[in-house]
Design a binder for this molecule. Structure first.
Ligand SMILES: NC(=O)c1ccc[n+]([C@@H]2O[C@H](COP(=O)([O-])OP(=O)(O)OC[C@H]3O[C@@H](n4cnc5c(N)ncnc54)[C@H](OP(=O)(O)O)[C@@H]3O)[C@@H](O)[C@H]2O)c1
Length: 244
């Protein structure tokens, strides 16, 4: 049973590919950069002696998504696990009213992510089996001035995954929502913070363990559940005065 990693060039996604290949599962790597996706897939094939495949895709090209899922199943057989690992925080220096930025961040993190989950769900529900892993963010738990565009798109994705889980549970398909805190990737490069930053290796280990246990929602690192519990409990009247 095969594994599809969407956004395979992310360091967290690369580590997920390694973990599933170590388990002996065929892995299909999809990324915007076809050459990079092919190189990651070839590395898994050589190092772990598993079947692998690759293709280019764009999260924003919604019409291509059902075809991509069909291509993966034609190449590697029925999908057991689909990981939505791609994401886009937006450009820090873009103006808040830049329409291109608003469109891109929402299309990648929400529309594209939801569309790919639905395309995978359509195949998995036919068989009554499978796991969909959506990588969301603690940024989606409360809107903050520093990243509310990205946060709201991730928050919408979190809600989408909740509804999808509710629909797919009786049909035998498991949906795991991963709410990541800080992980050491391009997204956190150069960030100054007193909060510990997790490694992609540790994050991927926690994600695969949660998928295997059938967990519904994983906060990783786990202490973020407590942090977000406190942040969510602050009354709006006080919250709007904070610089977060
Ligand atoms: N790192 C953190 O602290 C953190 C925290 C919370 C949530 N997350 C989430 O974790 C996931 C992995 O991110 P990361 O931290 O590993 O960051 P990353 O290295 O920037 O990875 C982002 C991935 O998204 C892909 N991507 C962006 N736009 C795309 C598009 N239009 N179509 C297809 N792929 C696209 C990128 O592809 P290219 O290589 O082509 O750019 C890359 O593979 C994301 O969902 C992110 O939102 C990360």
């Amino acid at each position: 049973m095969s594994v599809l990693i969407l956004g395979a060039t992310s360091p967290i996604a690369r580590q997920l590919g390694v973990r599933y290949a170590q388990l002996g599962q065929p892995v299909f790597c999809a990324a915007r950069d076809a050459q990079e996706a092919a190189a990651i897939a070839a590395d898994l094939r050589v190092r772990f002696q598993v079947q692998s495949g690759s293709a280019a895709f764009d999260a924003r090209d919604l019409d291509s998504h059902p075809g991509l899922i069909a291509q993966v199943e034609d190449a590697l057989g029925p999908l057991d696990v689909v990981v939505v690992a791609f994401g886009d925080m937006g450009d820090e220096d873009a103006a808040p009213d830049d329409p291109g930025q608003v469109r891109r961040v929402i299309e990648v993190n929400f529309s594209g992510a939801a569309s790919l989950c639905e395309a995978a769900a359509a195949r998995m529900t036919e068989r009554g089996a499978g796991h969909i892993i959506g990588i969301s963010s603690v940024a989606g738990d409360r809107g903050r001035q520093s990243n509310y565009l990205y946060g709201s798109a991730k928050g919408a994705f979190t809600l989408f995954l909740q509804g999808l889980r509710n629909r797919l549970h009786p049909l035998g398909v498991h949906v795991l929502t991963v709410k990541l805190g800080f992980v050491d990737t391009r997204m956190t490069f150069g960030m100054q913070t007193a909060i510990p930053i997790a490694s992609p290796e540790a994050a991927s280990a926690a994600i695969v363990a949660a998928q295997q246990k059938g967990t519904d929602v994983l906060y990783y690192p786990r202490f973020w559940e407590g942090i977000m519990g406190v942040i969510k409990a602050i009354p709006e009247g006080a919250f709007k005065r904070l610089k977060l």
